[in-house]
Design a protein around this ligand. Sequence first.
Ligand code: SF4
Ligand code: SF4
Length: 231
Amino acid sequence: MIIASQKPLQEIKEMVADHERILVLGCGTCVTVCFAGGEKEVGILSTSLRMASKLDGDEKTFDEATVQRQCEWEFLDAVQEEIESHDLVLSMACGIGVQAIVERFPVANVAPALNTAFLGIPEEQGLWTERCAACGECILHRTAGICPIARCAKSLLNGPCGGSQDGKCEIDPEIPCAWQLIYDRLKAQGRLDQLLEIEPPRDWSSSRDGGPRRLVREDLRLESHQHKEET
Ligand code: SF4
Ligand code: SF4
């Protein structure tokens, strides 16, 4: 899932400073699960902003709403009236949610209340760690299901850099060396010979380094066009 965290309150206060009617809009999916931007966090942030506004002698209004997914227009349409009747939407979704609002409602003024961090998993209560960098060409079948692009600090594809100590990455003793994890798992599976296969130079054009990406499913597009023609 997408992992995000709330921006510092002071930064959010600065973003709302020039606005009077603000809609604090949460998202019911990833950011709810990582306790950053769900209904509960919308309530807490709105209350904090109301109190801060009162202390500053301001007359700002902070209204609240949460949709199931901000990244899909059909869910945003359910709150169109709220979005268009406020002079700022303070989005508590990831960066995709913010941009989905902007694209759906060209006149809406939108600000991000969260910092979107990465694609990851909850490892334990209060700890999320990155698992995928959305590179566009998955090689997990060759690396024992452990991603060297997201989890190795240098995104090395053919073994470790040699700097790890006690199984930890040389850049951070809190983070396991991805290649140590890959080695251990391949060894446990009796598949160490996999490491002898050289991963060829990568075509990074399918990753973020190659610019904005599109994923097209022609079969789904065709179905959708046919459905539109029939109705
Ligand atoms: S190889 Fe690419 S797609 Fe697969 S987990 Fe790693 S970053 Fe994600
Ligand atoms: S220590 Fe391991 S994870 Fe860290 S950069 Fe080197 S190979 Fe990558």
